[in-house]
Design a protein. Structure first.
Length: 256
């Protein structure tokens, strides 16, 4: 699909990993939190819907389990069926946090649940970094997580997100009409470029989260992600596209 771009991004990840290994950076403890509302609260949330030969939740669990730099993975959900599935199929690798119903509502931020998991539960040490990963983006590779963690170490960042450069032409409503806010010529400078967050990845230092109650901000870094990582499943059209992608890759035995 985007083979050349993917190979370039993989090469960059390996270069960064080698730099971290050579410079012997201090190891950091990393807690990964996967928030899932479940379809009873949010009809768009379908962790136990099949995508290819596995459930949607499995795509993200495999993605995070294979990232060797993560110390612990916790799924935060109020979905009883999902909790039972995780306890049966991932008893040694995944822990569950039964989120209170009032914290699972669509209008509730994940931040309060993160506080409850990180600071109010006694089954783990407080981590150096908190990684929040959403399940709606199935087509991601574990090396992107490792790259985000390594960038945080190297540049001493407060947070890191996954992004893609968006070279579309954007407009802003001024009250009197639309005003173009991006240039559409080849002379656009890097400072004028717009990036959009993709991939459902947010990495933040515990220190910054405790201070700001936010999973992004401060000294903010980013990792460039391939186009396929921009594909989210939030509605029926998205699911149809994702199923077609899985079928194509599986038929061609292509490594995503």
């Amino acid at each position: 699909m985007t083979k050349n771009e993917d190979e370039l991004l993989n090469t960059r990840s390996k270069i960064i990993q080698k730099h971290v290994d050579d410079q012997n950076y201090e190891n950091k403890s990393i807690l990964c939190i996967i928030p899932v509302r479940g379809s009873k609260i949010d009809p768009r949330s379908k962790p136990l819907k099949m995508l290819g030969d596995k459930f949607l939740i499995d795509w993200t669990l495999e993605f995070t389990i294979n990232a060797k730099l993560i110390n612990q993975i916790i799924v935060s959900t109020s979905d009883e069926d999902l909790i039972k599935y995780l306890e049966l199929n991932y008893p040694k690798t995944i822990k569950t946090h039964k989120r209170r119903l009032k914290l699972s509502q669509i209008n509730k931020s994940i931040n309060q649940s993160i506080e409850e998991i990180v600071f109010n539960e006694d089954h783990h040490k407080i981590p150096d970094y908190i990684l929040v990963v959403n399940i709606e983006y199935p087509f991601r590779k574990s090396n992107y997580l490792n790259k985000a963690i390594n960038l945080m170490k190297i540049h001493k960042l407060d947070s890191v997100i996954g992004v893609r450069l968006d070279d579309n032409i954007f407009f802003k409503h001024t009250g009197r009409g639309l005003r173009q806010i991006t240039r559409n010529d080849v002379l656009r400078l890097e400072r004028d470029e717009l990036y959009k967050k993709v991939g459902g990845i947010s990495l933040v230092t515990t220190e910054y989260f405790k201070k700001s109650k936010s999973i992004s901000g401060g000294k903010l870094g980013y990792i460039q992600m391939p186009k396929i990582a921009d594909i989210a499943v939030n509605n029926d059209i998205d699911w149809t596209m994702a199923e077609s992608i899985v079928e194509k890759f599986l038929d061609n035995n292509t490594n995503m």
